[in-house]
Design a protein around this ligand. Structure first.
Ligand SMILES: Nc1ncnc2c1ncn2[C@@H]1O[C@H](COP(=O)(O)OP(=O)(O)OP(=O)(O)O)[C@@H](O)[C@H]1O
Length: 928
């Protein structure tokens, strides 16, 4: 406890010391500020510290006293220990005494024995026992005393023992205390020495601190004195300035007073003004309120009129929409060629910055910007049925033409062709890119798939048969892309009015039943085309590919048949070819492309002008598409545009062409529907026609041997121009051949030209019902004869390999040329009173009756031989008034007119003398 208290006291002391030191440390900061006060504080603290130290000292002294007391206790203890030792020694002595007593007793007993002996001897010696008795009694007494003393000693010893034990235990505790005290003392000694050291150190530091304080105080005093001097100086200055400022203030106050007076006067005036302004503002407010009222009235009026306008605009849009629909319906009724313009996106390798095209909305308008002209001046607006932007997907494209494609199943002929320069996306639209994904598949695949789908859906009511032909027209030669021999064979064209409606009957017709069949076929076809492409140097872009889907449907209820054909045409690139830049095969290809595209243009133009003669036969392409372009078909053209600036010229020419095409009215489309009876009747008719053809041949043979015909020069020439009559045509050709055999060089050339593959068309024409009376091939041959007859024989020989090319007008180097002008062709246009119809009259009695009046007038003979001169006369009659229009709308080529007239005159003089009607031949024209 004591020790704990001691420790607590020390702790308190140290804490107080720390506080003092902290107070000193904190006080030190303020020393500089209040040195005197601080010093007093310091002194007080120091006093406190001193008192504490004194208290410590008194405590220590007390400790010392207690230590001294303890030392005394210790000494007592030592004394007690000595006592104890004495007691022990006494005990030992007592034991010694006891031992001695024992020895004495023993001696006594021995003495007693001796006494017995002595008694015996007493007898002997009677005096001796009495002496010994006394001695014994004294000894006994002594013994008794000893016993008492021993008892006393024993008691004393026990008391001593107990006290000794007590003092031993006390001693033990004391000794422990002493040890503790000694330790404490040692510790206290240490602490005291430590405290002394600390005290000395504190004294030293305090002294130094006091010393420092003194020096700082001195320094501060000096600084204070310095500052006081400075402050005194400043005070002097400020007093001076104060005086100056007072003076200044006074003068200013005076000025301000003056100004105040002025200001008051001014304020008075201003107040007056404000009053005036208030009055005027009140009047203005009134005015504004009036204005606001008027405006709100006007605004509400405007709102009403705006509402009316909005309603009107809504109605206007609805009307516009209706107009558009009506326009489309009108176009549908008129049978206009639909034109969809598709703009290809920029390809990864192209500069994406500058596009020449801009789509203005969803109304089919397209602006083509001339890159050389800035602003609206260079813009040209075109309008089509639809404009498909670069982001339009293949599916969206097909959705737009789907109804058209589906109408094939209702017996319509549909033709979809893609026109545009190379690389503008024709093949992409029609077929899709190479390795196309399902989304990228083109119109061909989608159309066939759709046809299958619908035909399957109509399975309950109709039985459809779908078959596909795929041909390629390259250098005016037709190749079958689905044939087993690849595309090598050159095929001929038949007029599509044959019962099966096939334009190219020799091209393989593949029946297809499923989408897989179609994909297989397309692959084969494209494979054959691409094989050609490698061999013939990008032939794909230099040939037209035509996929024809023939659909024949039988109505399961009525037995009526429907026959529809869908032509999907990927045309060759339409770009202009600068002839100086190409030669050889390329030149030939370009010329053929130009020729066929020009022919297509001519046909479209003729259709748009509704001329009686349409020059289908000017190219293989138009011949193949004849039934789809003119025969009440639905026709759609995709105009493909490359948006790049470099293609501006081509785009302009393409769009102009497309614009003209969009104006073409083909007449309302008609479905090829036939009742069962009609079909049978038509089949009979075609059989009869075949018979007639055979009969005609027989007649020809007879006529060949007839002397009248051999010498009949007039008949010969007339026959030449009545070639559309089957019998007469063949007769004419025979006569020509005969003349060739007997004639000169020119005739030889005729023969060669006649042997050209194109003559297939001529021969086939004999089976035609409605073809023109004078075929284009005839005119071509005549031109060849005319032109080539002027050439030296060797030159003719070199050109004779390709008579078509030899006659192909190259005068215009930049444009597509049609070497056979529309005006030239139309000199022998077909009429309703054509020879074939006359023959029909003769063969079918009913018709003959109808025409009896005419026959009577003409006094028509009944035999074919007799009929012939009548026929020719009729031809002359029919032909003469239908002179070709003397002025074509198409620009004539620079050198064409003289050549044409020359050739016409030459032709008249050398070959034909039969026709005297004025003709204009070979006016080349250009579609651009
Ligand atoms: N709408 C389109 N979206 C994406 N790529 C297109 C599109 N149209 C065309 N292309 C790409 O442009 C390139 C040229 O297209 P494509 O071969 O169809 O042109 P083309 O007019 O048929 O050429 P050619 O006359 O040589 O046959 C191809 O790489 C094709 O994938």
């Amino acid at each position: 406890m004591q020790q704990n208290n001691l420790m607590k006291a020390r702790e308190e002391k140290y804490k107080s010391r720390i506080r003092v030191l902290e107070a000193l440390a904190s006080g030190k900061i303020h020393v500089a500020a209040e040195p005197v006060h601080q010093m007093k504080m310091e002194k007080e603290k120091f006093e406190e510290k001193r008192q504490l130290l004194e208290e410590d000292l008194t405590k220590l002294t007390k400790d010392k006293e207690s230590v001294t007391r303890l030392t005394k206790d210790k000494e007592d203890m030592a004394r007690l220990l000595n006592d104890k030792e004495d007691i022990i020694r006494l005990m030992k002595e007592k034991e010694e005494m006891a031992r001695l007593m024992k020895e004495k007793e023993d001696t006594v007993s021995l003495k007693k024995g001796k006494d017995g002996d002595r008694n015996q001897s007493a007898d002997e010696h009677i005096a001796k026992p009495i002496m010994y008795k006394d001695e014994l009694i004294s000894l006994m007494k002594e013994k008794e005393n000893y016993k008492i003393t021993i008892m006393k000693l024993k008691l004393e010893l026990e008391a001593m023992k107990s006290s000794c034990e007590k003092s031993h235990s006390l001693l033990e505790t004391k000794s422990e205390d002493v040890l503790n005290l000694l330790k404490d003392k040692e510790n206290s000694g240490n602490i005291i020495s430590q405290l002394r050291q600390e005290l000395a150190a504190a004294r030293r530091s305090h002294e130094t601190y006091i010393q420092d304080l003194k020096t700082t105080a001195l320094q501060e005093n000096r600084d204070f004195e310095q500052r006081i001097k400075e402050v005194e100086l400043k005070l002097e200055d400020s007093t001076k300035r104060g005086r100056y400022l007072e003076e200044l203030l006074e003068s200013r106050i005076k000025t301000w007073e003056r100004k105040e007076i002025m200001l008051n006067q001014f304020v008075g005036v201003q107040m007056q003004n404000i009053q005036d302004l208030r009055l005027s503002s009140v009047s203005i407010r009134h005015e504004i309120q009036n204005c606001q009222k008027r405006w709100s009235e006007e605004l509400s009026g405007l709102g009403k009129s705006l509402k009316i306008l909005a309603n009107a605009s809504e109605k206007y849009h609805a009307t516009l929409e209706e107009n558009r629909k009506l326009f489309n319906e009108v176009q549908e009724l008129k049978g206009n060629i639909r034109v969809f313009c598709r703009i290809r996106p920029f390809l990864p390798n192209e500069d994406h910055k500058s596009s020449t095209t801009e789509i203005t909305g969803d109304n089919g308008e397209l602006i083509l910007a001339n890159p050389t002209k800035i602003g609206k001046e260079g813009n040209k607006l075109f309008k089509f049925n639809k404009v498909l932007g670069p982001t339009t997907s293949q599916d969206e494209v097909f959705k737009d033409i789907q109804p058209l494609v589906r109408s094939v199943l209702d017996g319509y002929n549909v033709c979809i062709f893609a026109y545009g320069q190379t690389g503008s996306g024709k093949t992409y639209t029609m077929t899709g890119p190479e390795d196309a994904t399902e989304e990228e598949l083109g119109v061909n695949f989608r159309a066939l798939n759709d046809l299958f789908l619908i035909s399957r859906n109509r399975g309950d009511t109709f039985n459809y048969e779908v078959s596909v032909q795929m041909i390629e027209i390259y250098n005016e030669q037709i190749h079958d892309l689905l044939g087993s021999n690849g595309s090598e064979k050159n095929l001929g064209i038949l007029n599509s009015s044959r019962p099966n409606g096939l334009a190219v009957p020799d091209a393989t017709l593949h029946p297809v039943n499923s989408t897989t069949d179609v994909i297989e076929l397309m692959r084969t076809g494209l494979g054959n085309r691409s094989v050609g492409a490698t061999a013939l140097n990008e032939r794909s872009s230099r040939s037209h590919s035509v996929v024809t889907v023939h659909v024949q449907g039988v109505d399961l209820k009525t037995g009526a048949t429907l026959r529809g054909a869908l032509h999907l045409v990927d045309l060759a690139g339409s770009e202009r070819v600068d002839r100086s830049a190409v030669a050889g095969d390329r030149l030939k290809e370009a010329q053929h492309i130009n020729k066929s595209l020009s022919a297509l243009g001519d046909v479209i133009f003729s259709l748009s002008q509704k001329t009686s003669h349409v020059p289908y036969r000017n190219s293989k392409l138009t011949q193949v598409l004849q039934s789809s372009l003119g025969g009440h078909a639905k026709t759609l053209m995709f105009v493909q545009i490359n948006p790049d600036v470099s293609s501006y010229a081509e785009s302009l020419s393409t769009l102009r062409f497309a614009e003209r095409v969009s104006g073409v009215e083909l007449g309302a489309a008609k479905a090829n529907k036939e009742g069962k009876d009609i079909r049978e009747f038509k089949e009979q008719l075609s059989l009869l026609k075949d018979k007639i053809a055979k009969k005609d041949e027989e007649i020809n043979q007879l006529q060949t041997h007839s002397p009248r015909v051999k010498t009949g020069k007039r008949v010969d020439s007339l026959l030449k121009h009545s070639s559309s009559s089957p019998g007469i045509s063949s007769l004419g050709s025979k006569i020509q051949h005969r003349r060739t055999a007997s004639g000169g060089k020119a005739m030889g050339l005729i023969s060669r030209a006649g042997s050209d593959a194109d003559n297939f068309s001529e021969i086939s024409d004999r089976h035609s019902e409605t073809s023109s009376m004078q075929s284009v091939d005839d005119i071509q041959q005549q031109r060849e004869i005319t032109v080539l007859s002027k050439l030296p024989e060797d030159e003719m020989g070199s050109n004779s390999a390709d008579p078509e090319l030899a006659s192909f007008g190259y005068a215009d180097s930049e444009g597509r040329l049609s070497d056979i002008s529309d005006s030239g062709i139309s000199m022998g246009t077909e009429t309703d009173g054509s020879i074939s119809s006359m023959i029909d009259f003769a063969l079918f009695p009913e018709q003959e009756k109808i025409a009896s009046t005419w026959k009577e007038q003409e006094n028509a003979p009944n035999t074919p031989k007799d009929r012939l001169p009548k026929v020719t006369t009729r031809v002359q009659k029919a032909t003469t008034p239908k002179t070709a229009p003397s002025s074509s709308v198409w620009p004539k080529s620079r050198d064409s007119t003289p050549r044409s007239s020359a050739s016409a005159s030459t032709r008249r003089s050398t070959i034909t003398q039969a026709t005297s009607s004025p003709r204009t031949l070979n006016t080349p024209k250009r579609w651009n």
